[in-house]
Design a protein around this ligand. Sequence first.
Ligand code: HEC
Length: 117
Amino acid sequence: MRKKVRLVSTMSLVVLMAFATIEFGSSIAQETKLKGDSKAGESKAASCTTCHGEKGISENTMWPNLAGQQEGYLVKSITEFRDGIRTEVTMQTFVENLSDQHIADLAAYYNGLSPCP
Ligand code: HEC
């Protein structure tokens, strides 16, 4: 009887771990779902260059450089501006209508630029 209880609890632990692994796997898959295309991002970045510079290096000290920035961070910050989580009127106007794919492409493009002018 005792053995049986232990077996059942071991089995439920295994099942739980399997579920946890599947959960974890799917959240990773979600994060990497969209692959950015830097070539497409380059042509989509035309409206950004006014402030963030021709090659992602800004000439105004109040506007951030984007060249060489981490791709994931770029996706996160642009998405947060689009969704109104991060607020800055100038920026939001330029990204409010972007799709997730558009953002992924922009992020891939800026990530690939050299951070040194
Ligand atoms: C009119 C000027 C302007 C334009 C055009 C503009 N931005 Fe910005 N951007 C800003 C300013 C100003 C900030 C800093 C906002 C703040 O203080 O939070 C910023 C911040 C950002 C950030 C966050 C950087 C960081 O280090 O946190 C990203 C990413 C970004 N912009 C991407 C873009 C992209 C992509 C486009 C084009 C679709 C764009 N911006 C167009 C002015 C602009």
